[in-house]
Write a protein that binds this ligand. Structure first.
Ligand SMILES: [Mg+2]
Length: 166
């Protein structure tokens, strides 16, 4: 079960501060897109996310996008916010995470993964030996398979709070 535990949980990506990153000992962020930086398939991040991204860049935090979505969705989004990306990343397989960290010139220990899903973002981070920050999804996806996953995620997180899955 430990493979599904994030290092930290926050309401939204824009709640992440440079001080928290320093406490985690990391210099770079691997960012999920859908429901982490924006709603599913939405072409641009909202204003608070944009402001947060530029603040992180100003503070010298390295960032890269890692998404299981298709290149036609990911590339224009990445271009708009000026970040490198990998689409079709096959999360939770750890290969994409390792390539993303290497692309930032960082070791896995100096990298933290930010995403909204335990079964892709967080699991992959743990498999790749990286810290992770789980954020609440921007919106609940209407698709059934996502709803099933969300129920499982809630169950695991509640179990963790009760200390039953430790
Ligand atoms: Mg996501």
């Amino acid at each position: 079960m430990a493979l599904f535990f994030p290092t930290a949980m926050l309401p939204k990506a824009y709640d992440i501060t440079v001080q928290q990153l320093q406490q985690l000992g990391v210099e770079g962020l691997i960012l999920d897109i859908d429901n982490t930086l924006t709603t599913h398939d939405h072409p641009v991040p909202n204003d608070r996310i944009l402001a947060w991204l530029s603040q992180m860049q100003k503070e010298g935090v390295k960032m890269i996008l890692l998404s299981n979505n298709r290149p036609a969705r990911v590339a224009p989004f990445a271009q708009k916010i000026g970040l490198a990306f990998e689409a079709n990343a096959k999360k939770p397989l750890p290969g994409g995470y390792r390539r993303a960290a290497a692309a930032m010139g960082l070791s896995p220990e100096r990298t933290v993964v930010v995403g909204d899903q335990l079964f892709t973002d967080v699991l992959g981070a743990n498999l790749a030996g990286m810290a992770s920050i789980l954020v609440e999804p921007f919106q609940m996806e209407p698709f059934f398979r996502f709803r099933v996953k969300r129920c499982l995620e809630r169950w695991i997180l509640q179990g963790r709070k009760r200390g039953k899955n430790a």
